[in-house]
Design a protein around this ligand. Structure first.
Ligand SMILES: [Zn+2]
Length: 488
């Protein structure tokens, strides 16, 4: 008999029979059936006596909460390409957009979307002057996964300032605060910053604290792409900790890494910094399971030491897929000179050591986020492979941590840190975002050379109770929606 039920007649919409439930809390798996009705988890337990409109045999499979990709740049693609195939195919049911200080709202770019806002895609039509308009556009597009969104600090600066190379004036800060407040009222989940990027570099801690104070009463989170992930990583982390502490908001450090050959191994220094900070404030981080980062082509990242793979180049599209080193040799110029000729463009930078990746992934404060850049023919493979890669390579092959811990880093921990009250756990009454996968086969297939590849081993994905991915292909229905702060 069902252990708990919200459907009196015990005829459920769906029953997933015979699987191992990994509930997202990091608790050990247990054998149980899971019933779904009206978009919610209706029962978990022995449901052999219960009936359902649709029954799925999931014996031998893991039944987990739908994965939450806490670090995405899916703001625009959720509207322009709502099938969200790179995400649903990995078992992701919710994406957090608006990271790194760059969000699609509240700003309307004029004719051309400037760097780095074009990391969201080049089309100005998918940027919105108000956050409420953006949320409505997501709902109208009905993407295949749910969308949570942060407000980008760089976006606020670009919307309220004419000269981004200086600090904001008191009047400009007031204008930003007003836009941010309106966005929080319209359901934004918090503020993101990217003081690493030109539009925000001139901002100081006071500017960020003043903005952080706007989201504090809403319980919003502050996520940041810190100023320096290279030699200055320790100072940049202190700036992030102090900013969040000063504004009294929960902090998420984005895609934590120690970049550049000189800094390899320094996660042994940075992770204890997180632990020390966690004793006085709410701190967490996200990370992806790859040794290359990816962003726009930038001369300061061309250090002559690390390998750099060209993902795209506006003036030289034919160089996409080539190593910068080879291109420089062919042109008989330095790597920096070659990079300059290739700009604007994007690249993958092999800047992280595998040992740091493993230490960071395994840290209890670390959640999984893809940081996928959802456009172009040669995106970093993390766009299509992040979550199955953690479960296949790092759990099954390398045994870095138990599967239950990996799922927690993709679901329960993520929902808790981003304040999604109704997601991230398999529990009766919660939204029925559910991912069923084969623990023996799940694996990424996307590579740097061929990044547009479905992963394998993700069998069924349910979003708000609707079957969204079925045996390696998208279903006919899309049921994602915009999730306001706190989730629903
Ligand atoms: Zn970033």
């Amino acid at each position: 008999m069902p252990t708990q039920s919200t459907t009196p007649a015990n005829v459920y919409d769906k029953i997933l029979r015979g699987g191992s439930v990994v509930d997202g809390s990091a608790a050990p798996r247990r054998a149980a059936d899971v019933a779904i009705s009206d978009g919610k988890i209706a029962a978990i337990g022995d449901l052999s006596a219960a009936a359902a409109m649709q029954v799925f045999d999931v014996s031998g499979k893991i039944v987990a909460p739908g994965f939450i990709d806490v670090h995405t740049h899916d703001d625009c693609v959720a509207i322009s390409a709502p099938d969200m195939l790179p995400k649903i195919s990995q078992g992701i049911t919710t994406v957090v957009a608006g990271n790194c200080g760059i969000s699609a709202a509240p700003i309307r770019h004029r004719d051309r979307v400037p760097e780095p806002f074009n990391l969201l895609g080049p089309e100005p039509a998918f940027h919105f002057d108000s956050f409420a308009e953006y949320a409505a556009a997501v709902d109208a597009a009905q993407p295949r996964v749910n969308v949570v969104a942060l407000v980008g600090h760089s976006t606020l600066r670009a919307a309220c300032m004419t000269d981004l190379t200086r600090r904001a004036s008191a009047k400009e800060i007031d204008a930003m605060r007003e836009r941010l407040h309106a966005a929080m009222q319209a359901g934004a989940s918090g503020l993101s910053s990217g003081v690493f990027y030109a539009p925000a570099m001139a901002a100081n801690m006071d500017e960020l604290i003043t903005l952080g104070e706007v989201i504090a009463p809403f319980g919003g989170v502050y996520s940041t792409h810190i100023r320096d992930e290279y030699d200055g990583v320790a100072d940049a982390l202190h700036e992030a900790f102090d900013t969040a502490f000063g504004a009294n908001v929960a902090l998420i450090v984005s895609h934590h890494k120690c970049a550049g050959v000189r800094n390899w191994g320094r996660s042994t220094e940075t992770l204890p910094m997180f632990e020390a900070a966690a004793r006085r404030q709410s701190v967490a981080m996200d990370c992806y399971p790859y040794t290359a980062g990816s962003t726009v082509l930038r001369l300061d990242l061309v250090d002559g030491e690390i390998e750099i793979l060209i993902s795209s180049s506006e003036p030289h599209p034919e160089m996409a897929g080539r190593m910068l080193r080879e291109v420089a040799r062919e042109w008989n110029v330095t790597e920096k000179a070659a990079a300059q000729r290739l700009m604007p463009g994007a690249a993958c930078y092999f800047q992280i050591h595998e040992d740091d990746i493993r230490r960071i992934l395994a840290h209890p404060l670390a959640m999984i986020g893809s940081d996928g850049l959802p456009h172009g023919a040669l995106p970093h493979p993390r766009l299509w492979g992040t979550f199955p890669r953690v479960l296949g390579r790092y759990v099954r092959e390398l045994g870095l941590f138990p599967l239950e811990v990996a799922v927690h880093k993709m679901t329960g921990l993520s929902a808790q840190r981003f304040g999604l009250r109704n997601r991230g756990l398999l529990k009766v009454g919660m939204a029925a975002d559910v991912t069923v996968f084969d623990p023996g086969t799940i694996a990424d297939r996307a590579t740097y050379a061929q990044p547009l590849q479905f992963s394998i081993g993700v069998e069924h994905v349910f979003v708000n109770g609707t079957l969204a991915w079925d045996d390696g292909a998208p279903s006919t229905q899309r049921a994602g929606r915009f999730l306001k702060r706190g989730g629903d």
